[in-house]
Design a protein around this ligand. Structure first.
Ligand SMILES: [Zn+2]
Length: 652
């Protein structure tokens, strides 16, 4: 039977759309989950959203909607961004889920009945944006230690969870479980800063706002953040005080809980104490990652330096962004994200090293062997011997790094190995061998060694860049692979005919792209202003269509195309993927019309295509153009062209 592996992210707070720094954690956890699956574990990956609290109540009031409607919207955004990033979670929990709410109420009642929760008065320095009370000693220069804002003195009736009762047992657990807090430097921080000075009891209820889980025996109170939020890790898998589910019994305790370094205290002090009070086992490992910063600052909506993941994917494609996040973030220091570095890494690692290796190897097999991967003679020359050594050492190095969840180091090890493959091409100069018919077998050996080396590296690459790994496997028609097959050369692709060789990563023109991004940001600011103006205008007059000149219309290149192929997108019930003949050139266009047309209805039809639209990726699928359609009362209707219009004709 497969060994279970239960991994979680912290749940994302639904006060605002998540920025790329928040998204990083989901991607990091995903890469670990994928690695563990690759290693044969029965992985269960939990993520989700934290949906209660004063801040959300305030945001909802400002937006003029109910808190539930507000969190539905933001949770939807978060989930769709996680999906866009290929985050392979098994469950997405929301703390407004009914099962969660009921379970938290039961936990609260049990802890109250057994005397671990008591009623008292909360007095302290309160930071409203952070929803945190701080003791005098915790303030930094009299201000909130988390956000640096002014705090105010406040007091209210509240329930508290007894903490100090469990302090000794907690330290004992730390000391007998070396990996519990990773990195270990955080352990001493917890002991010296929080446990030794004496643990403060934890406030677990509030009366100053209502958007929370009600305390059943005292309805003026709602459960305050941590008891509610932390419990998600067990409620999501069916924990119940009286009757825990089979899934819970199988999965708990969690193997790894991934969190940001700012919430270590909550996960290594409060969370274990809640579990101890409930008589439950503690998680095996809390893995705290550093922050992803924008330029030099921690990203923050109030500071206006926010970069969003969906924007980055639209600009760069999915895997360059995933790769950047995973490769740039070491384990001990904060990483940063800038467009310049993202472009550099994409060009150097992805286009120059990986993309170049794959396309050169594929192109040479097409050119010299008619696209059929040649057989290896088994006679390794000195270059082949050193290549194989580099691959085997690279494999061992990568696995060692993955096993410690040092993903940036694992990534570096893989790319070092890929560089050894490019070096092998330079050393063996296959284009020279190709000129000499007597060297045909030597040439075959070089290319088959390259395919094997790429196959092995690609298995290790999959947790980091799953889409790219899939594409590379498709190019070399690699049969189904497992981790064990990456340990050695087995030449399983011999005699196989290559598939299409797409450009995996186009080199980015840094100057041009940066100028485009700047222009776009300006444009966005301008149109936000204009939208505001127009909104005011349209309140006075009826809706009017903007009048444009012929020169504006002429910018749009409309062409007739004929739909040659059409399939439903694998990962969406809204999208169809069309292959359109534009008069010689076949274009792939993704269109959101799957609800209105079946693929069969469209094949052979002539449509009008906006052909100079900037390429985008929809759900990870390249779309290179758009087909015209009308919004009608009965849904979307595609505009079909006259049957006498030839593909490629310009529409004016
Ligand atoms: Zn604060």
């Amino acid at each position: 039977m497969k060994e279970k592996f239960y991994i979680t992210t912290a749940i994302a707070y639904t006060s605002k759309k998540p920025h790329i720094g928040n998204t990083y954690e989901a991607v990091l956890t995903d890469a670990i989950a994928r690695y563990k699956r690759l290693r044969g574990y029965d992985v269960y990956f939990l993520t989700g959203t934290d949906e209660h609290g004063q801040k959300i109540q305030q945001e909802a009031e400002a937006a003029g909607i109910t808190p539930q409607a507000y969190v539905d919207k933001v949770a939807g955004e978060i989930k769709s961004i996680w999906d866009m990033f290929n985050v392979s979670y098994d469950k997405f929990i929301r703390t407004t889920d009914e099962e969660h709410v009921k379970c938290v109420q039961k936990i609260f009642n049990k802890l109250y009945e057994q005397g671990d929760i008591y009623k008292g008065t909360y007095e302290g320095n309160y930071c409203t944006p952070c929803e945190s009370f701080w003791t005098d000693t915790q303030l930094v220069d009299g201000k909130c230690p988390d956000c640096g804002r002014e705090c105010k003195k406040a007091s209210e009736e509240a329930y508290f969870l007894k903490m100090s009762k469990y302090a000794d047992r907690l330290v004992e657990y730390y000391n007998s479980h070396d990996e519990f807090i990773t990195p270990v430097s955080r352990k001493n921080e917890m002991i010296n800063n929080f446990i030794k000075p004496g643990l403060q009891d934890l406030c677990v209820s509030r009366t100053s706002f209502t958007w929370g889980i009600p305390v059943t025996f005292d309805e003026r109170h709602v459960t305050y953040v941590w008891l509610d939020a932390l419990s998600n890790y067990i409620t999501a898998i069916g924990f119940d005080i009286d009757n825990p589910s089979e899934l819970y019994k199988k999965l708990w305790p969690a193997d790894v809980q991934v969190i940001g370094k700012d919430i270590v205290r909550f996960h290594t002090i409060y969370w274990p104490i809640i579990l101890m009070a409930l008589g439950l086992p503690l998680p095996k490992q809390i893995l705290a990652h550093p922050w992803l910063l924008s330029g030099i600052d921690k990203m923050s909506k109030s500071r206006g330096n926010v970069i969003y993941g969906d924007d980055l994917i639209a600009q760069f494609g999915l895997d360059p962004v995933r790769h950047y996040l995973l490769a740039e973030m070491g384990y001990y220091n904060d990483g940063s994200i800038t467009y310049e570095n993202l472009i550099k890494r994409t060009n150097s690692d992805l286009a120059n090293v990986l993309g170049n290796l794959v396309s050169r190897t594929g192109a040479m097999i097409k050119q010299y062997f008619g696209g059929v991967i040649p057989k290896n003679s088994g006679n390794d020359d000195e270059f082949a011997v050193s290549l194989k050594t580099a691959i085997k050492e690279g494999f061992a190095d990568t696995v060692a790094k993955y096993d410690k969840y040092l993903l940036a180091d694992a990534d570096a090890a893989i790319f070092n190995t890929l560089k050894a493959c490019n070096k092998y091409i330079d050393e063996t100069t296959p284009w020279v061998l190709a000129k000499n018919p007597e060297k045909k077998q030597a040439l075959a050996d070089v290319l088959s060694n390259l395919v094997e080396s790429i196959r092995i590296c690609n298995i290790l690459l999959e947790p980091l860049m799953p889409d790219t790994a899939k594409k590379i496997n498709a190019i070399f028609n690699v049969p189904e692979q497992n981790f064990e097959s990456a340990r050695d050369y087995n030449y399983c692709c011999e005699g196989v005919t290559l598939g299409e060789i797409p450009i995996l990563f186009a080199r980015i023109d840094e100057k041009k792209l940066l100028a485009e991004i700047e222009a776009k940001e300006k444009e966005a600011k301008k149109s936000a202003k204009e939208a505001e103006k127009n909104k005011k205008k349209s309140e006075k007059t009826d809706e009017k269509t903007e009048i444009i000149g012929i020169e504006d219309f002429a910018k749009v290149d409309l062409r007739v195309g004929i739909i040659k192929e059409c399939v439903k997108a694998e990962n969406s019930d809204k999208l169809l993927v069309l292959q359109i003949d534009m008069g010689g050139e076949i274009r792939q266009v993704v269109s959101g019309i799957a609800k209105y047309y079946t693929p069969e209805e469209l094949i052979g039809k002539k449509v009008i295509v906006v052909s100079n639209l900037k390429p985008v990726k929809l759900r990870g699928i390249d779309s290179n153009g758009m087909i015209l359609a009308a919004d009608t009362e009965n849904g979307v209707k595609v505009i079909f062209a006259d049957e006498n219009a030839n593909p490629g004709s310009k529409v004016r």
